[in-house]
Design a protein around this ligand. Sequence first.
Ligand SMILES: Cc1cc2nc3c(=O)[nH]c(=O)nc-3n(C[C@H](O)[C@H](O)[C@H](O)COP(=O)(O)OP(=O)(O)OC[C@H]3O[C@@H](n4cnc5c(N)ncnc54)[C@H](O)[C@@H]3O)c2cc1C
Length: 423
Amino acid sequence: MSEAPPISLWDITADESDLDSPMEGDVETGVAIVGGGFTGLSTALHAAERGLDCHVLEAQRIGHGGSGRNVGLLNPGVWLPPWDVRARLGEEKGAALTEALGNGPAYVMSLIERHQIRCELTRSGTIHAAHSERGFRDLERRAGEWRRLGAPVELLSRAEASEKIGSDAYCGGLLDRRAGTINPMGYVRGLARAALSAGARISTGVTARALRRDGDRWIVDTDRGRVSARAVVLGTNAYTDDLWPGLNKTFTIIHYFQVATAPLGERAHAVLPERQGLWDTAPIMFSVRRDAFDRLIVGSMGRVFGGETGLSRRWAERRLRRVFHGLGPVGFERAWYGRIALTPDHLPRIHRLADGLYTPIGYNGRGIAPGTVFGRAMAELLAGGKEEDLPLPVTEPAKDGLAPVKSRFYGLAFAASQAAKAV
Ligand SMILES: Cc1cc2nc3c(=O)[nH]c(=O)nc-3n(C[C@H](O)[C@H](O)[C@H](O)COP(=O)(O)OP(=O)(O)OC[C@H]3O[C@@H](n4cnc5c(N)ncnc54)[C@H](O)[C@@H]3O)c2cc1C
């Protein structure tokens, strides 16, 4: 087991074991997969199940990226509402993506069941909570649209939301019964275990440094040896480095942080009594959920600032006190943050970078189900499927020249907001 410091609460509490498996010498494989998160491991699991020889290369540990750090809201769809997806992709492609990802949580739940993944799955839905009347009108429209598509969503009045959330701080909410919550590190480690037992190979602590063509093969040069493969999938999302020049200039990086209380026992039961996870409609989003041990985990956009009594913990204390009046004083156990890849139109992408080299990327903060579904789609494609059957039209990467400026601007705005809300 690696001795690296924990990257999140989930890194410590996940019931599934970590994997420490160095690469020994050069490797020859069918599909080289860079990145040991939901995307890379779902690609590996589904490719191995289809009889493809595949090898995952992870620079750090399984779940080191967003997959081991997120909120664990297993939500359907993408960040945008379905009508915006149709407006951007066209009727047919937009409807297909909405359907594929609308069924995403059910598919993830089926994998968790099939592979007995121990990841604290709850199936009671998630709540998108209205922070304002305007936010509520947006939820009304989303509710109408999802119902038209046959999805089991419920619009909650102020009183209903107050009961479900255990707080009167919200104007209403949208309860999506398709959704759930997970311990994301448990899920990603479980995917790794399932992929291994399906026949995939996984190496951790291996950084892919360069990609080059050699005849009809790809060569991945790593810091531990050479990998020769027929095809390559990059599952590096917001943690993309310079491996494929320019790829990390196609999106804006923002950060999202979370602070977890110590287990609160019975006291936590008044908060989200049915254990839904919650995020709100505020432009600087707030999230709160309970874990299986009755910790409350609150989060928002930005990084962690300060230590034990630092800014982020003061922010968490104030937010909890404001939203859940009766909770009383709480102690905090851990704070962490991770990177999110925002695309200019808030839609994910599947890029073909070259012949036999693909990357699903740009999840805009919603990647648990999409990463899993896109990984499966990658495996289907590489096992002889057609690009037209992918859940998204295949695109070429386009540099977003303003990304670094936007990233800095958001970083400053989120820090200022955190500081203002901590007092
Ligand atoms: C704080 C936070 C909260 C979020 N909350 C939610 C949520 O509640 N629900 C939801 O659906 N989504 C959420 N997301 C988004 C979701 O976590 C991501 O979209 C998802 O984890 C992306 O998975 P991935 O496998 O594509 O990439 P990642 O999990 O980021 O994995 C990329 C991996 O690639 C590795 N890597 C990079 N370069 C190399 C290289 N050269 N060689 C080898 N390895 C390399 C990295 O080490 C990393 O492990 C959240 C994200 C964050 C950060």
